[in-house]
Ligand binder design. Structure first.
Ligand SMILES: Nc1ncnc2c1ncn2[C@@H]1O[C@H](COP(=O)(O)OP(=O)(O)OP(=O)(O)O)[C@@H](O)[C@H]1O
Ligand SMILES: [Mg+2]
Length: 288
């Protein structure tokens, strides 16, 4: 597809902001223009990943700007979860994985020898497809990460629990039942609890792998609104199969196919005028 002249020019904000975006500010009806100049938070460079001998990711180069939401889309098996797990070294837990290339959060490569993986995971909270509250009280679920870090002061814990539940849009619903089991909550509440638990340790990056796929439309829209709020404080990467969700909740979208990053763009542009034919076929439902 031919690209219009104005959009084909190199992006002028490369040094500070997001190199991949080729749209103009006027292409941004949904997204605040500040996303184009926001400094880079996450940089993936020339990343290759192999499960045994089978290569699952090929030469991935990607930047995620601070305080923005990046959506990963693409057909099942294209490597979205694999790449997401590379961002907090969760693939280290899988046998026989080889990773080449680098992932930088802020300035430092998280794959450098000697990196403290525990403190890395504090910087990168993760929320999974299926909510996974612990069989503990609502309070203890949120306080969990801080307790692991050795925080004992009740006032600090109380404040962190309240702030995190507020941020996850859950405080008003649970403030009178903090001592009750988390397992008695609805599915949507449990997922927001898992978000609160991830936020309690004050991460810089929040990784979400299909966080709404088990939720009904109302619970889903609450999480999408939440994501939009949370990006004021955090940088968010979300995997989704729901095109409307990507369009509603993200600033940038990255489309993957067969382990390759086909295209990364401002979400608005990706969904109205994608550069690649494969992207267009996918988002219009012609395959996948
Ligand atoms: N632990 C593993 N061991 C071996 N191969 C794996 C492992 N996890 C994923 N793969 C393979 O890597 C490829 C990418 O898988 P991945 O789970 O990242 O895809 P995905 O895009 O998240 O798919 P989905 O949309 O179905 O969740 C697939 O071919 C998959 O079979
Ligand atoms: Mg997946």
């Amino acid at each position: 597809m031919e690209r219009p002249e104005a959009l084909a020019k190199p992006d002028p904000v490369d040094s500070a902001g997001y190199a991949g975006a080729s749209a103009k500010l006027s292409d941004l009806p949904l997204t605040d223009a500040s996303v184009l100049t926001s400094p880079t938070m996450l940089t993936v460079e020339n990343l290759n990943l192999f499960y045994g001998k089978k290569q699952a990711l090929f030469n991935i180069d990607l930047k995620v700007a601070k305080n923005t939401v990046m959506a990963f889309i693409g057909p099942s098996g294209c490597g979205k979860s694999t790449l997401l797990r590379c961002l907090n070294r969760m693939n280290d837990l899988i046998d026989d994985v080889t990773i080449e290339g680098s992932v930088r959060i802020g300035g430092s490569n998280i794959y450098e020898p000697g990196v403290d993986v525990i403190s890395l995971r504090k910087r990168t909270g993760m929320v999974f497809q299926k909510s996974n509250p612990f069989p503990k009280s609502i309070y203890e679920n949120v306080a969990y990460g801080l307790r692991i870090q050795g925080v004992r002061d009740h006032q600090i814990l109380d404040e962190a629990v309240e702030t995190s539940l507020h941020s996850a849009g859950l405080w008003d619903e649970v403030k009178d039942r903090l001592k009750e089991s988390a397992l008695g909550m609805s599915g949507g509440q449990q997922q927001r609890l898992c978000i609160a638990r991830a936020l309690a340790v004050n991460p810089e990056v929040l990784l979400m792998d299909e966080p709404c796929s088990a939720l009904d439309p109302i619970a889903t829209s609450r999480i999408e609104e939440l994501i939009f709020e949370l990006k004021k404080k955090f940088t968010i990467v979300i995997v989704t199969h729901n095109m409307q969700q990507a369009a509603r909740a993200s600033d940038f979208t990255a489309f993957f196919w067969l382990g390759k990053l086909v295209e990364v763009e401002l979400t608005e542009k990706m969904f109205t005028n994608p550069r690649e034919r494969t992207t267009e076929d996918y988002i219009t439902g012609r395959f996948g």
